[in-house]
Design a protein around this ligand. Structure first.
Ligand code: XMP
Length: 513
């Protein structure tokens, strides 16, 4: 790996840890999350420009609460402890942290008392966000106060001439008005980082890494029509050209016209060939009579692997398999986080079994989703290819409640197409994280002309989200809803009713199955 400056974030389980990493990267400095069990030796070896200690749900005195190897504080590397991380630094030096009775939960006023590079360019009073019931009661002798909150609670302090710093508030969340500036001050004024993490630098160094890793060997890559696999394929192709073979497996549970999109718009944008293999009949035959969501997922997932094998058996000598693993996959799969709850992992249809004799090539494994899009842009992929909503591996299989039949796939494709077209027409597609139709094969009564009908229900779902982990329903205008509903009921045979899903995640999920 080429040298790049790194800021390491030690994770104490805060819901904001990933946000800290993203904020730092937005400022063009590479950052990585490491578990709190990391040792000072590990840190020294990684040679970071700075270390950030995240917040966390525990109290520093709680039994079994996560700790910090104290030698890390003495490495001479600039440190910023946030909330729980600040508490840890305090207790190490003999300070006292006490529950403050939630006095400081939510918005608070920041009152800068002493000059520090951390607050360069920030007005003397500004708004910050606190999310912890603990506060520093007694500051150790080797620390000095930098800021307090409106209530007099210690909000920021530093030691060692301001190289080791702590804030009780969260600079990474948007509610802290000057948060971005504070992080920027820490990176550039305190830790003297350089802005060397850019899409262009990533592309350049990753192409070199791929070339070194692959040499003269051949690479196989599954392309799904989604953003990640498109960027992945483009990046690998830039590195090794015709040593790459791209394969698209059509399982028949795709959006309307998807194979045309792959062979047309996508191939044209990529500038190289993608083989299309149609296995839709095979998938549909296996799904006859299957209604249970997990059973559907299992069948689709397994057959995907078999189909991929069949599609690629004609070619031999592929040493590498390109995979679109992203950084959140690494974090959430437990590779990094020692504390956060394990969140439901999805079978990704791009994922292939361990017994396939490939070496994995995962050049996007350091990236967040928004960075994948930036890299795609850098590689010259057009914005409509990069702006596509995520689409689940099992496709319409998890959007057709109950049994999957050819007719039902057709109904859902038509309804979904009408919905998505309208979102483009009204220019709201890009404001939405994910939108789709769901076929609910519950027959309800309707009337068309003089006749009563007894037909299916279509649910429309549109959500906003940052990463799919939480989501809110999108406030779609009445005008769009009315137009889409009318069009679906009037032009999709077998549908006589349309509803809009107004549930958020949690407690619902984005998909219906
Ligand atoms: P949920 O429904 O769990 O979805 O709120 C969160 C995100 O994950 C996608 N999703 C899947 N992706 N295989 C996938 O590759 C799956 O089985 C699967 N289930 C859900 C979903 O579309 C959303 O973006």
């Amino acid at each position: 790996m080429l040298h790049k400056q790194t800021v390491l974030i030690i994770d104490y389980g805060s819901q904001y840890t990933q946000l800290i990493a993203r904020r730092i990267r937005e400022l063009n400095v590479y950052s990585e999350i490491v578990p709190y069990s990391v040792s000072s030796d590990d840190i020294r070896q990684r040679n970071p420009k700075a270390v950030v200690l995240s917040g966390g749900p525990d109290s520093v005195y709680a039994e079994g609460a996560p700790t910090l190897d104290p030698l890390i504080i003495e490495l001479g590397v600039p440190i910023l402890g946030i909330c729980y991380g600040f508490g840890l630094l305090m207790t190490y030096d003999g300070g006292v942290v006490m529950p403050n009775g939630q006095r400081e939960y939510g918005f608070a006023e920041l009152d800068v008392e002493n000059k520090s590079p951390l607050f360069n360019g920030i007005s003397k009073k500004s708004q910050v966000w606190m999310s912890h019931g603990d506060a520093v009661e007694e500051l150790p002798g080797n620390w000095s106060v930098l800021a307090r909150s409106g209530n007099g609670v210690l909000a920021a302090a530093g030691r060692d001439g301001g190289v080791v710093l702590g804030t009780q508030f969260h600079p990474e969340v948007v509610h802290t008005i000057d948060g971005k500036r504070i992080i920027s001050n820490f990176l550039f004024d305190v830790a003297k980082c350089q802005k060397d993490w850019t899409p262009a630098s990533f592309v350049e160094s990753t192409i070199e890494e791929i070339q070194v890793a692959v040499g003269e060997e051949k690479v196989l890559c599954g392309v799904s029509g989604g953003v990640d696999s498109a960027v992945l394929a483009k990046l690998i192709h830039e590195a090794v050209g015709s040593q790459l073979r791209c394969v698209f497996v059509d399982h028949g549970l795709l959006r309307k016209n998807e194979p045309d999109y792959i062979s047309g718009k996508l191939v044209q944008s990529l500038g190289f060939e993608v083989e299309i293999h149609d296995f839709s009949k095979k998938f549909l035959s296996l799904l006859v009579g299957v209604v249970h969501p997990e059973e559907k997922r299992r069948i689709i997932g397994e057959q995907f692997i078999r189909s991929f094998e069949t599609a690629t058996q004609s070619g031999t000598g592929f040493k590498f398999l390109g995979q679109g693993t992203l950084y959140p996959d690494i974090i959430e799969s437990g590779g990094v986080r020692g504390t956060a709850d394990v969140i439901k992992s999805h079978h990704n249809v791009g994922g292939l079994p361990d017994d396939m004799s490939f070496e994995l090539l995962e050049p996007l494994r350091e990236l967040f989703k928004d960075e994948v899009r930036q890299v795609g842009k850098e590689l010259g992929l057009p914005s409509d290819v990069l702006g596509r909503h995520p689409f689940p591996g099992p496709g319409l299989g998890v959007r057709i409640i109950g049994e999957i039949t050819e007719d039902r796939v057709k109904i859902l494709q038509e309804a979904d197409h009408i919905f998505i077209e309208a979102l483009h027409k009204y220019d709201v597609y890009n404001e939405i994280w994910q939108a789709f139709a769901v076929l609910v094969p519950v027959k309800t009564v309707g009337v068309m002309g003089d006749e009563r009908t007894y037909a299916n229900l279509i649910a429309l779902r549109a959500v906003t989200s940052v990463d799919g982990m939480t989501a809110d329903w999108y406030r779609l205008s009445e005008e769009v809803l009315a137009e889409v509903s009318n069009k679906i009921v009037n032009s999709v045979p077998g549908v006589n009713r349309v509803v809009y899903d107004v549930s958020s995640k949690p407690p619902s999920t984005i998909e219906w199955e």
